[in-house]
Design a protein around this ligand. Structure first.
Ligand code: ADP
Ligand code: MG
Length: 710
């Protein structure tokens, strides 16, 4: 049985109900309250959600193959009649159901494991002599052909056009909603509201980029008439997703820079250089100097700075922050820097005090854990303008913290904060300049999408003398060897971090396991060395004390949870042993590893891991192969997918459902140019041809109004 080219999708059947795009799914024909509940599990609530539930892939089932022609290993669509059904129990708890299907005299076997209930279904089909269609990977041995766990369905009168005899959509499915059902529902949704769908891309964008129209694309993405038409539909929808994103970014950027007049600082590069020379004990790298120049240009431009400083762990972002602060302070303004952890804030306070106090500048530390009296003092000095620089955690954005004249806001380890927190700190001043810093090397590709509204400076150079961190992946049986290696470094006067296994269930458990590990190390492994312990359940002043002792080399070994993950800087520490390393994500491992290799000493990172998953092994392999944060970030993006990447959810940007930032990079660049040009030409989206786009952005609830009004 072979079939010709698929029929084009019929236009709406006469008399079909019209349902609006935003109507709840239960009003769609064939869904009902029960069905709506099941679809809700796929996060599908409205008819539009269902239509935007794009297929995960497609299968060209427009031609059935013949059993006789099938090659071993090939994915095939076949059609035939059930002629025998049996279930055997080769082992206890194992059911093996076999169904023999006849295709014009040649036979193939379908096999299912542990689904004995299928026997009844197939016996009924055998009795009815109705053809079924199967799809799957064929295994041929000699004359026999087998497909294990095939996708299959019977050919009914109705659904034939959705699941066979055409290019078939395969949806991301869930329990309780079968592919065949989804296909029918999507068809019903198309019937019901395709005509209502508005073209959001402006006509000349469609024309110039050779894109198919919205309705056509939506129909073809679900039920393609041919592969070229499917391609055209995908391209259009990918373009649309990126274009929407880039338009939002272009508007945001306009709102934050062009419209926004900012404080204009007077910057004297010579004076700054002299100051820095006086207080910084080393020469800046060229990359640091370049970033400082770029910041200086922003600060004196008259427009509010909105800059992202991106640099791998250890590239020296703190000194760039210091230079920016000096520029603000010299202009009579205050500067604030916010860090994600108390330990990091504390460390920054120590560094900035050491460097700035000799210049007669005063630095405040604001963290949640400080006593009420301390806090009151800090607040008073910041509000009164006696203090020049504030270092702190989230405590900085609390109510009651006020600044006399806040001119510069710096967010360290920006990926740990959301857009709202960034804005909350900025609100403490009158449109202060903003610098966000991240050690998480966002792949260049993602920078464009997530931070497309910021200017970017990159520290692409490490301070001189750094040696690559030798990274080894070891299993439990090599533990004594690992300790022997650490011993060598300890005897040479270096310090060692031991990072405890990640326990996500509870901080308490995590603290307990850290305590046990540190006792074991102190008593049994390295009794001759001084061992400290650091975890999230300790009181802040205990943490500070331990960190200070490790810093001062009063401790040789620091057993710690991930509280040391970001920012911690102890150059004499040159070995880090990460326990159960496969429980950590790539970005986190790279950050942890960045705690060593910060000085002149040769450094080691040991990943103790026996990964149980393919993914875990892949992460260990990536870590041992490269030290390049950007490469690691791209791998991370590949392994985890962009949705999960660095809190995209917090970024207040639309989700990508069909576009893939890595795969579709060329389209992303294309849309970026187009969208930025469009916003440049029509900043308020006021022109007639941009009205549908404007409406769709308004509907998207992504703060579009805020942008255009401000
Ligand atoms: P990160 O970019 O990870 O925040 P840091 O600012 O903590 O990096 O710097 C890492 C280490 O490198 C610190 O010990 C810092 O003093 C040192 N450092 C920074 N810049 C230079 C430089 N130009 N030359 C030598 N050492 C530097
Ligand atoms: Mg840092």
């Amino acid at each position: 049985m072979t079939a010709g080219r698929a029929e084009p999708m019929p236009a709406r059947k006469p008399g079909a109900d019209v349902v609006r795009w935003d109507a709840p799914l239960q009003f769609l024909k064939g869904v009902g309250p029960q069905g709506a509940l099941a679809l809700g599990k796929l996060n599908l609530r409205t008819v539009g959600d269902l239509l935007r539930h794009y297929p995960r892939r497609w299968e060209d089932r427009s031609n059935f193959q013949r059993v006789a022609d099938v090659q071993n290993g090939e994915f095939v669509s076949l059609c035939g009649i059930v002629i025998a059904v049996s279930t055997a129990y080769p082992k206890p708890r194992m059911a093996l159901t076999k169904v023999l299907v006849d295709d014009d005299g040649a036979a193939l076997t379908l096999t299912w494991f542990n689904q004995p209930y299928l026997e009844k279904t197939f016996l009924a089909l055998k009795a009815a002599r109705r053809p079924i269609v199967v799809y799957g990977q064929a295994r041929r041995s000699g004359w026999s052909l087998e497909i294990q766990n095939p996708e299959w369905e019977e050919i009914g009168e109705d659904d034939a056009t959705f699941s066979t005899n055409r290019i078939v959509p395969i949806y991301p499915a869930t329990e309780g909603v079968r592919q065949t059902r989804l296909r029918k529902l999507v068809d019903a949704a198309l019937q019901a509201c395709l005509d209502e769908i508005e073209e959001t891309l402006p006509p000349d964008v469609l024309l110039r980029h050779r894109l198919v129209g919205a309705q056509n694309a939506l129909r073809q993405i679900h039920f393609p008439d041919s592969l070229p038409e499917l391609d055209a539909a995908r391209r259009r929808l990918i373009f649309e997703e990126f274009f929407t994103l880039q338009t939002l970014l272009a508007l945001r950027r306009r709102a934050s820079s062009h419209d926004a007049r900012g404080l204009s600082f007077t910057v004297s590069p010579e004076r700054l250089r002299d100051d820095l020379k006086q207080i910084v004990p080393f020469a800046l790298t060229r990359a640091q100097q370049r970033a400082i120049d770029e910041i200086g240009a922003d600060l004196s431009s008259g427009r509010a700075m909105n800059r992202l400083l991106q640099g791998d762990v250890g590239s020296g972002k703190t000194m760039v922050a210091l230079a920016a602060m000096l520029m603000a302070v010299e202009n009579g303004y205050q500067a604030a820097i916010m860090a994600p952890t108390e330990i990091l804030a504390q460390q920054h306070a120590i560094v900035f005090r050491r460097l700035l106090e000799p210049l007669g500048l005063s630095v405040e530390l604001a963290t949640g854990s400080r006593g009420a009296k301390d806090k009151a003092g800090v607040r008073e000095r910041l509000a009164g303008g006696q203090s020049h620089v504030a270092v702190g955690t989230h405590a900085l954005i609390q109510e009651g913290v006020e600044f006399a004249k806040l001119g510069l806001v710096i967010i360290d380890e920006q990926h740990r904060f959301g857009v709202l927190q960034r804005q909350a700190l900025a609100k403490k001043g009158q449109r202060p300049h903003i610098l966000v810093m991240t050690a998480t090397p966002i792949p260049r590709t993602l920078t464009l999408t997530l931070y497309g509204d910021l200017d970017v400076s990159v520290l692409d150079e490490l301070p001189p003398g750094r040696k690559p961190i030798a990274t080894h992946w070891k299993t439990q049986d090599k533990r004594s060897q690992v300790y022997a290696g650490a011993q060598r470094f300890l005897s040479e006067g270096r310090q060692v971090y031991v990072v405890c296994p990640l326990i996500e269930e509870s901080e308490k458990l995590q603290a307990k396991s850290a305590t046990q590990l540190s006792e074991h190390i102190a008593n049994e492994v390295f009794p001759q060395y001084r061992v400290g312990l650091l975890h999230g359940q300790m009181k802040p002043d205990e943490k500070d004390a331990v960190m200070a002792r490790f810093n001062a080399h009063d401790l040789d070994i620091l057993v710690s949870t991930t509280v040391i993950e970001v920012g911690i800087d102890v150059p004499n520490a040159s070995v880090i042993i990460i326990e159960d390393a496969d429980r950590f994500g790539l970005a986190q491992l790279h950050q942890l590893r960045g705690r060593v290799g910060r000085g002149q000493h040769a450094s080691f990172c040991v990943l103790m891991a026996e990964p149980k998953t393919e993914d875990g092994r892949a992460r260990m392999a990536v870590m041992t192969e490269t030290g390049d944060g950007f490469k690691i970030a791209e791998e991370d993006l590949r392994l985890r997918g962009p949705g999960e990447f660095y809190g995209t959810k917090q970024s207040g940007l639309p989700e990508m459902t069909i576009a893939d930032i890595l795969r579709d990079m060329d389209v992303l660049l294309e849309t970026r140019e187009t969208a930025f040009a469009l916003v440049e030409a029509d900043p308020k989206l006021a022109r007639a041809e941009n009205q549908p786009l404007r409406r769709s952005l308004e509907r998207s609830k992504l703060g579009f109004e805020l942008i255009t009004v401000s």
